[in-house]
Design a binder for this molecule. Structure first.
Ligand SMILES: C[S@@+](CC[C@H](N)C(=O)[O-])C[C@H]1O[C@@H](n2cnc3c(N)ncnc32)[C@H](O)[C@@H]1O
Length: 231
């Protein structure tokens, strides 16, 4: 049964703190010049992707894309897909817009919003072919664990928005978060582990080495990939 928006809103968490990172002049320029072209408006209600991308194609969502390198690379490698990047950190949004412009990517759209709001207000049910969540904020202190974006309510929202057969791909360099993700996903009856029950997936060579994965390596962390299929 589909959740009523009010029920989801009551159970929603805030998974980010707005970092004060300064916008570079180039990011600021990109936000002003390219956001009107590549940005989607949260106030537009449920999106018609065929209209937003001017074509019918599978739509992939990257959540919390950081500086946007990963979504830009995926979009460049797969011109046959549409990509939507959602990130609250404005300098990162500016950075992705620069990449979209310089790589002439016509298949990327960008939102500078909280993905909880976006899923609830803008994304139609059964409309996403893939969702990527790479190196989400770990919230590793015990008192902050409830702020982790990967949690049962969020996964239920994602399940409603994803097509049958769609891929949910997550990666983290925090062992405790990897275990937490596995527990949450094992309990989510709408998904099946692509690597077999309780197994982590091999790191696919196509996954971009992001800034936060590099940070994890510097800290001596291992990395865990989880890939699940929407049933
Ligand atoms: C640790 S960073 C990882 C960035 C990037 N994926 C990487 O691997 O370098 C997590 C990102 O998720 C974003 N984020 C967290 N909660 C979010 C939300 N509810 N909606 C949109 N972005 C969010 C944060 O702003 C942050 O940039």
């Amino acid at each position: 049964m589909q959740q009523k928006p009010t029920e989801l809103k009551d159970r929603r968490i805030r998974s980010f703190v707005r970092r004060q990172g300064r916008l570079t002049a180039a990011q600021n320029f990109a936000l002003e010049k390219h956001l009107p072209k590549f940005g989607l408006q949260a106030s537009d209600g449920i999106f018609d992707f065929a209209k937003e991308y001017n074509r019918e194609a599978p739509t992939h969502l990257e959540i919390g894309f950081g500086n946007g390198q990963s979504v830009a690379n995926m979009a460049a490698s797969h011109p046959e897909n549409n990509y939507l990047g959602v990130e609250v950190h404005r300098p990162g949004v500016g950075n992705l817009l620069q990449l979209v412009h310089s790589k002439e990517l016509s298949n990327v759209r960008v939102m500078s919003d909280d993905v909880f709001e976006v899923l609830q207000n803008n994304i139609a049910d059964n409309s996403l072919a893939a969702v990527y969540i790479y190196f989400p904020d770990p919230w590793h202190k015990r008192c902050h664990v409830k702020r982790r974006i990967v949690n049962p309510v969020f996964v239920e929202m994602l399940a409603a928005k994803m097509e049958v057969g769609g891929l949910l791909h997550m990666a983290t360099d925090w062992k405790d978060y990897a275990k937490h993700m596995m527990r949450v996903m094992n309990d989510a009856s709408q998904f099946k582990n692509s690597a077999g029950a309780n197994n982590y997936s091999e790191r696919p060579e196509w996954r971009t080495l992001t800034k936060f994965e590099q940070r994890g390596h510097r800290l001596g962390h291992d990395v865990w990939d989880l890939m699940f299929t929407k049933l």
